[in-house]
Design a protein. Structure first.
Length: 394
């Protein structure tokens, strides 16, 4: 069913890097979400009214809020498609994140409202009217929500959309809460004990938790998140695949909305190659990165020593000493300036972002001491800097 909808309603559906195609995916997900959630709201509200069940009614209004969320997502996706202009030279892609943030607040508001109502039901419980047909309808609701969640996950994976993955998480939360509602009805049927209010509290808390999760996922790119390790490796490998590029470092990626990123990176080139030749290579890498990766890439050129054996031996020694000191750190931009009575070692040290400022200051001093111990002539000028790559979860 998912592939059928994609093939029939999204033109050029395979070209997911195009902004227009990403927008079409977002519009399709929004329209399908509106239809499914309005349908579920009508069904569940009718069931909740008949049963006088706050948990079923909570589920119904949760679906209505999901439909409203889909409408907001639709508007956000369409506005995010607007091209760059004088006031917004990087486009309007972040509007999609803002729309998702609004959705998260709606979800939280619905959860809080029904938490209050459920607590009232615990204090003054009402009789439930169990009907088998109601349970069947709620089971149908679970099936619809499960499909809708998987539908959003598949579309989200195709276009790498955090918003759609958040909708998937929200839908799975709905599946769990509706399942809990069914269990409360069955429990009442078997025991005659009304736990509707307690289940309603559980439903409300799950809904609120889903809202917090959506807010967190959408705030991260707005605030500025670390580079995904896969993206880091992809860009690094792409740049280093060109002849004349000896290595890279200091990659920073700025996100301006899904599919809209610019990045800067330092590329190391041999210091004995003509600067115009190296500059031509850098220009080619930048142009082809835009075509193949869809990223506006700015490359800073760093000349590095590739032939002087004295410099290479000192650099290798510094790398080994740093590895013994802390293998999570690395060095780059290594230069050696020979003086009459001392040898100046000038380089940058990259330190994991989770290290404290105290450790950031301490590590360069300890490395300088070890180098000084290896050769008393070494005088180090070390610039410590954090990396910007996210730690890969275990």
């Amino acid at each position: 069913m998912t592939e059928f909808l994609i093939r029939h309603f999204i033109k050029d559906y395979k070209d997911v890097e195009k902004i227009s195609v990403r927008t079409a995916y977002g519009v399709l997900a929004s329209i399908v979400g509106i239809f499914c959630n309005v349908f579920l709201f009508v069904v569940k509200f009718a069931v909740g009214f008949v049963l006088r069940s706050v948990s079923v009614t909570a589920d119904a209004f949760n679906n209505l809020s999901d439909a409203g969320s889909s409408i907001i997502s639709f508007v956000g996706v369409k506005m995010a498609e607007k091209p760059a202009d004088r006031d917004h030279p990087f486009g309007h892609g972040r509007i999609e994140y803002i729309a998702a943030l609004v959705v998260s607040f709606l979800v939280l508001e619905v959860g809080f409202t029904f938490l209050k109502d459920s607590i009232g039901k615990i204090r003054t419980p009402e009789d439930l009217n169990f009907q088998t047909v109601s349970v069947v309808i709620l089971l149908l609701s679970i099936a619809v929500k499960l499909w809708l969640g998987l539908f959003n996950r598949k579309l989200g994976e195709k276009i790498n959309s955090k918003v759609m993955m958040a909708v998937f998480t929200d839908s799975m939360g709905d599946v769990i809460t509706t399942g809990a509602t069914i269990l409360s009805l069955i429990f009442f049927r078997i025991t005659g004990i009304n736990i509707d209010g307690v289940v309603g509290v559980g439903v409300a808390l799950v809904v609120m938790w889903a809202g917090v999760g959506i807010a967190k996922d959408t705030l991260e790119p707005l605030i500025g998140e670390a580079i995904d390790p896969e993206v880091y490796r992809e860009i690094k490998h792409f740049v280093e695949s060109y002849d004349g590029i000896e290595g890279t470092h200091d990659l920073i990626v700025h996100n301006y909305g899904p599919g809209r990123s610019m990045a800067s990176i330092h590329a190391e080139v041999p210091n004995d190659v003509d600067i115009e030749q190296s500059h031509e290579i850098i220009d080619r890498v930048e142009r082809e990165a835009a075509k193949q990766l869809g990223i506006f890439l700015v490359i800073h050129m760093d000349p590095v020593e590739m032939k002087d054996q004295r410099v290479l031996r000192i650099r290798d020694k510094a790398v080994r000493l740093l590895h013994d000191l802390d293998p999570a750190c690395s060095i780059h931009d290594f230069r050696v300036v020979h003086g009459e009575h001392q040898i100046n070692l000038i380089f940058d040290m990259v330190i994991p972002i989770e290290y404290s400022e105290e450790k950031k200051k301490e590590l360069p001093v300890r490395l300088a001491e070890r180098l000084k111990g290896a050769d008393s002539r070494y005088e180090c000028v070390i610039t410590a800097e954090y990396d910007y790559v996210a730690k890969k979860e275990e």
